[in-house]
Design a protein around this ligand. Structure first.
Ligand SMILES: CC(C)(COP(=O)(O)OP(=O)(O)OC[C@H]1O[C@@H](n2cnc3c(N)ncnc32)[C@H](O)[C@@H]1OP(=O)(O)O)[C@@H](O)C(=O)NCCC(=O)NCCS
Length: 213
């Protein structure tokens, strides 16, 4: 699917390989000078969300679905979003630039009490918006939502060769807990998948920087 790159990409202002520091300042700058925003998904986003998923299927060799394999209709997508909204431990947040959806993160929690504190995650950002801190912002939003709902464990699976994603997860505090051997087939070879997880802990109280008087 052909996509128009945002003009700031053409100007070369942002590009793959930006440093952490640039990633840190990029997001506030983008919010200030563009119409970028992160919010929860609504039923009315079904068509745009499906288009985003198709564009990620097309461009990412790590997407589970190959280009053309996604057969979901807009009506089915709308039903899925509606069904998701019924559960208080399931959520999708989307990143948007004006009217265009550019990224998403989703969490799916279990129904039963003994495992309700744990959610599975998935995340993706459109290729022309990567390395601007959007993945980290999506994780931040999800984390505050999760903490308020007493979710204490976030887990995911990632192809062992998907270094951008693994680095994002490590930066967001995830750890590798195990390997699912040859769980992923690229069409040419079998690749291992890592099971990664992060336990959410209460924020540390601020340290007293002053000596005791
Ligand atoms: C993984 C993905 C979501 C990252 O999103 P993003 O918005 O580019 O991530 P951020 O800009 O927030 O980057 C956060 C950190 O992740 C790491 N990272 C992200 N992309 C990277 C890359 N191409 N190379 C190396 N490290 C990378 C860096 O540590 C980065 O911090 P830094 O910029 O301060 O160095 C994005 O590459 C993507 O959508 N990939 C395709 C779909 C996919 O693989 N999803 C995961 C399935 S398990």
């Amino acid at each position: 699917m052909a996509r128009k790159s945002p003009s700031r990409r053409k100007s070369g202002m942002f590009h793959e390989g930006l440093s952490s520091f640039t990633g840190l300042i990029a997001w506030p700058m983008l919010c200030l000078f563009s119409k970028m925003n992160i919010r929860e998904i609504h039923e009315t986003d079904a068509a745009a969300f499906l288009e985003l998923m198709h564009s990620i299927d097309e461009e990412s060799p790590f997407a589970v679905l190959k280009p053309g394999e996604r057969k979901t209709t807009v009506a089915e997508q709308r039903d899925e979003i509606r069904a998701l909204m019924v559960h208080d431990n399931r959520k999708i947040f989307i990143a948007e630039d004006g009217a265009e959806l550019i990224g998403w993160v989703g969490a799916w929690g279990e129904r039963f009490e003994r495992v309700r504190h744990s959610v599975w995650l998935s995340v993706a950002v459109r290729q022309d918006y990567r390395r601007l801190g959007i993945g980290m912002q999506l994780f931040g939003k999800l984390e505050s939502w999760a903490w308020q709902r007493e979710i204490r464990r976030m887990e995911l699976q990632v192809a062992a060769t998907n270094l951008p994603a693994i680095r994002l997860y490590l930066k967001a505090g995830f750890q590798i807990e195990g390997t699912r051997r040859e769980a992923y087939f690229t069409g040419d070879e079998f690749i291992d998948e890592y099971l990664m997880a992060r336990l959410l802990k209460a924020p540390e109280p601020p340290k007293n920087l002053y000596p005791k008087w």
